[in-house]
Design a protein. Structure first.
Length: 95
């Protein structure tokens, strides 16, 4: 019988604000997730093209975040990334 191996989820966080990225990672810290954080929209674009993330968090307060959104789900037949969470500021404090 083949043994099942659990794996961590893979997730991308894109925000041009380090505090937003840190808060997102902290909020989901108890999940078995391997986080990939980037503040570089070019890097985020490359990662979205080359990696099948289990979920993606995009900061829509960043102009680049809204630009990346169509790349996450190029069309409805392509389920490249399982879950997309779009965030905006407002609820994240600066301390």
């Amino acid at each position: 019988m083949q043994e099942l191996h659990e794996r961590n989820l893979e997730a991308l966080i894109f925000s041009d604000d380090k505090k937003v990225s840190a808060r997102c990672a902290e909020a989901f810290s108890e999940l078995p997730v391997d986080w990939v954080n980037t503040e570089d929209s070019s890097m985020a674009s490359k990662l979205l093209s080359s990696t099948n993330f289990d979920f993606v968090i995009l900061d829509l307060d960043s102009p680049s975040g809204t630009t990346l959104l169509p790349q996450v789900r190029p069309n409805s037949a392509d389920r490249q990334h399982a879950v997309v969470l779009a965030i905006t500021g407002g609820g994240i404090d600066a301390d």
